[in-house]
Design a binder for this molecule. Sequence first.
Ligand code: SF4
Length: 446
Amino acid sequence: MIEKPITDYDEEVRNCSCSYCGNNCDDITYLLKDKKIVGVRHACRIGASKIINDQDQRLLNPLVRNDEGILEETTWDVALDKTARLLYESDRPVLYGWGETSVEAIKKGIKIAEKTGAVMDNQSTICHGSSIQAFQNVGHPVMTLGEVKNRADVVVYVGTNPMDDHPRHLSRYTTFPEGFFRKNGRKDRTVITLDPKYTNTAKVSDEWIQFNMNEDYLLFDALRMLLKGESLDEEEIAGVPTSQLENLIQIMKNAEYGALFFGLGVSQTLGKQKNVDMLIQLVEDLNRYSKWSMLPMRGFFNVSGFNIALTSETGYPYGVDFSRGYPRFMVGETTTIDLLNRREPDFFMAISADPGVQFPGYTIKHLVNIPTIQIDTHWGPYTELADIVLPSTRVGVETEGTAYRMDSIPLFMKKVIDKPENCHSDEWILTQLYERIEILKQEEDN
Ligand code: SF4
């Protein structure tokens, strides 16, 4: 369906950001009428619908659940005082989420976690945490999306489908754009997708290599053997004909600049972190012949920024436990899902995240029995569980802030329109909570 261009607007604001996926597109134009967004240019369909339909299901006032179990409107003072006291009096608080807020807000969250002995965790715990562990174990050759655009002649996607999840990844950075050394754009590049499924990314690739689900490790290991000149005695490996793998390794070996992107199809299938370990070693081996780098396809627009901010403050990327007065990190011990499965937390605050959508059922059951707080912009399944709701503002739309793109490039996201009257930024809300917790502590000390 071809949509009519929007002509009924009175202001055009260029170089705005889309705060949805890890592409962090910062070339978006907002069309405003009477200081409200009525149209958007350059965003993909997902980004555009997020920006334009922003007021659907919007949380507009602080809410507290009453004795009948109904959420009712309240004042900011009441909601903040209650939240601060619940957090201060808890023994095992968890502050979870942070993927869709600014680094400035995340830093305030770290201060609160330190002060209250909380666990500070984000969506990495259920997505690319295993990739980060692998990076910390063996390191990895990095790249920026700008380098890929200007240099890459071979692009490989493994276990990821950016055409649906990061729609402008191919058109803005990797495949279609003209680059400094790739003047003919798409014609100068070979794009290969390795995936058990025939995805929309596979459709636009030069080649789709289908491999068996959960045999990633075997596949990457076989490619490393072929690269080293070993012969494979099998006719097929992980469901892929050996001849097809031999052809793939020749293309990779002969690349001038190769860029490999991988998704949860690698990091969350059987083998998890070990799959990523093996993929890193394949890319390292390829660097003996050519220039190759790799990146995980990060989902939310600042999920990467959380890992960077927390690592710079504590040395650990996610699941950091401050309960002993110093930061500790141990997967399976200090990570949110494991804590909830052991029924340890007695306070749970989700900030710009919806555990109601993201967590398994058994994990969510524990949230019903403990105080739960939501800091977010929109109504979602987690709102149905929350005891207190603190309505916040959209970063890059109503609030300025910093976010890290999937390639760890920090980007400033500007404010474009005014926030709803009774909403506040995550940073403001967390500052208020911190100040209230300090007062409670001083009262206790006196
Ligand atoms: S690709 Fe991602 S960041 Fe870019 S406009 Fe679409 S949703 Fe927004």
